[in-house]
Design a protein around this ligand. Structure first.
Ligand SMILES: *Cc1c(COP(=O)(O)O)cnc(C)c1O
Length: 366
């Protein structure tokens, strides 16, 4: 060996592919590829972010004390049991890092969030991918995949990139069916898009169970994707283990202050949720009306919809056609969905423009 050799399990990682923000030839397009909030950022969060420039020479609060208290107040939690990270992506990595290593198995569903695969392989654990049930989570398939090497189960609810939702009863059944030494991580990146009656019960489980961790993010409904603030909630022992491997100053001052202002603005959350559901439902109906052309939407409760192209118009052709119409969306051949486009629910104008473009494309499709 005449040069440093990375670990085999690191080189087995397929690099994360982010949603594109521009076309390959650099044309200006509207980005509906990363599930960002079309309403933007709460004003108070932007103001807090700007004010943070006064203390650029100082390290941020390593304990994120004020942020943890603000989150705890809104969700009625114990601030001591809140973990945080550079986006909830980091929190997912912390869970894998604290509970799995070489020889251990981490389960997630096919068409699950692509970071789970990276988080598992990064620590040398073996990813175990279980079959979906019509693009949604199959709890029985997860339970059937458990072995004595299983350490962690990752499940996003609603799921990305499918938008599918697992009910409270199914989450409870999954939890009851898992051995107590398996950490169940429920990734709630889109939980704020659910109405109270749709609560999946995961946060309640994280309050009471000894093996459940939930993760949340400020990147989606709170409109702070650029600041990279995520958090999680779970049993004190789990949080303690994760803190040991967390980067010491993983949240910037600007990120903390913006997130504090954002979480205190629950009217923003309500407004964003209402906008999303109104246009998600409209968009779903409009796409499903093109069913005779082979288009259908996988039922979604997130801020995006996965359209399947099962007729003459292919997802790839539609992807290019939408670029020509001024929109970049997410085509997912790398995630086993070459027949799917994931499209963020944007403004009313965006939604109408996407539907008009799709109608045009199926009309022209030969
Ligand atoms: C967007 C997303 C995240 C993480 O986002 P961060 O910006 O890292 O907080 C986590 N899980 C799912 C399922 C997501 O879609």
């Amino acid at each position: 060996m005449n040069k440093p050799a990375p670990k085999d399990w690191i080189m087995a990682i397929a690099p994360y592919v982010p949603g594109k923000s521009s076309t390959d030839d650099g044309r200006k397009v509207i980005k509906l590829s990363a599930n960002e909030n079309p309403l933007g950022t709460p004003d108070a969060a932007r103001a807090a972010r700007i004010a943070a420039a006064q203390t650029l020479h100082l390290y941020p609060d390593p304990g994120a004390v004020e942020l943890r208290h603000a989150i705890a107040e809104v969700h009625d939690l114990d601030p001591a049991r809140i973990i945080y990270g550079t986006g909830s992506d980091e929190v997912l990595h912390l869970a894998a890092g604290a509970y799995a290593g070489p020889g251990d198995e981490i389960i997630y569903v096919r068409y699950g969030f692509s970071v789970y695969d990276i988080a598992a392989r990064r620590v040398g654990a073996t990813p175990v991918v279980v079959a979906d049930h019509d693009y949604g989570t199959d709890v029985d398939a997860i339970l059937a995949a458990v072995t004595d090497r299983t350490r962690v189960v990752f499940l996003a609810n609603p799921n990305n990139p499918t938008g599918t939702y697992t009910s409270r009863a199914e989450i409870a059944r999954l939890h009851v069916g898992l051995r107590p030494d398996i950490l169940l991580v429920i990734d709630q990146a889109y939980a704020e898009y659910l109405y109270p009656a749709e609560d999946d019960g995961a946060l309640d489980l994280a309050r009471t169970a000894s093996n459940v961790l939930i993760t949340r993010t400020f990147s989606k409904i709170y409109g702070l994707a650029a600041e990279r603030v995520g958090w999680g909630y779970g049993p004190a022992e789990v949080i303690d283990a994760m803190h040991r491997i967390r980067a010491p100053f993983c949240l910037t001052t600007a990120g903390q202050l913006a997130a504090i202002a954002a979480v205190r603005d629950q009217a923003w959350v309500d407004q964003s949720r209402d906008h999303n559901r109104q246009w998600l439902d409209w968009f779903t109906d409009e796409v499903n009306a093109l069913g005779n052309h082979g288009l259908r939407v996988v039922p979604s409760k997130a801020n995006f919809a996965l359209i399947l192209f099962e007729g003459r118009l292919t997802a790839e052709t539609a992807y290019q056609g939408l670029i020509d119409a001024g929109y970049i969306v997410r085509w997912l051949p790398g995630q086993g969905l070459p027949h799917g486009l994931r499209i963020t629910i944007g403004s009313e104008q965006d939604c109408r423009a996407i539907i008009a473009a799709l109608r045009h494309l199926v009309g022209d499709a030969r």
